[in-house]
Ligand binder design. Structure first.
Ligand code: DGP
Length: 113
């Protein structure tokens, strides 16, 4: 799979404001925040997009969701946050390494905005 900017963040070739890291995942501040709290949570395993995940990925996908909740708690936003996964260019995906956006700290409207 083609290397992305997120692989370089995982390998520390380029810097990021990391808020959480373990052997399976990394969470860091989005460089172009859309809310006062905007964290990207990524697997260290390369999966280009959620539609490419398969049954072997079910543990890491669940793990990322649990970590998202823990990170929201640690950042003091557990009562109001939104998780977003953009899948494919038509949905706004620009980096093809699966990531969960964690957004919080402002009113989050619905339909999404
Ligand atoms: P998406 O559009 O769903 O693929 O989101 C990609 C996000 O990644 C976008 O909100 C901006 C963020 N991003 C892109 N390049 C970098 C980078 O080099 N560092 C950080 N921290 N975030 C990045």
């Amino acid at each position: 799979m083609q290397e992305t900017i997120f692989d370089k963040i995982i390998s520390k070739e380029i810097p990021a404001e990391i808020v959480y890291e373990d052997d399976q995942c990394l969470a860091f501040k989005d460089v172009n925040p859309q809310a006062p709290v905007h964290i990207l949570i990524i697997p260290k395993k390369s999966i280009a997009k959620i539609a490419d995940a398969d049954v072997q990925d079910q543990n890491i996908l669940g793990y990322l969701m649990l970590k998202a909740g823990e990170i929201a708690d640690e950042l003091g936003v557990k009562d109001a946050f939104r998780l977003v996964i953009n899948n494919g260019e038509g949905a706004g995906q620009t980096v093809f390494h699966l990531h969960i956006h964690l957004l919080a700290g402002r009113a989050l409207t619905w339909p999404p905005g």
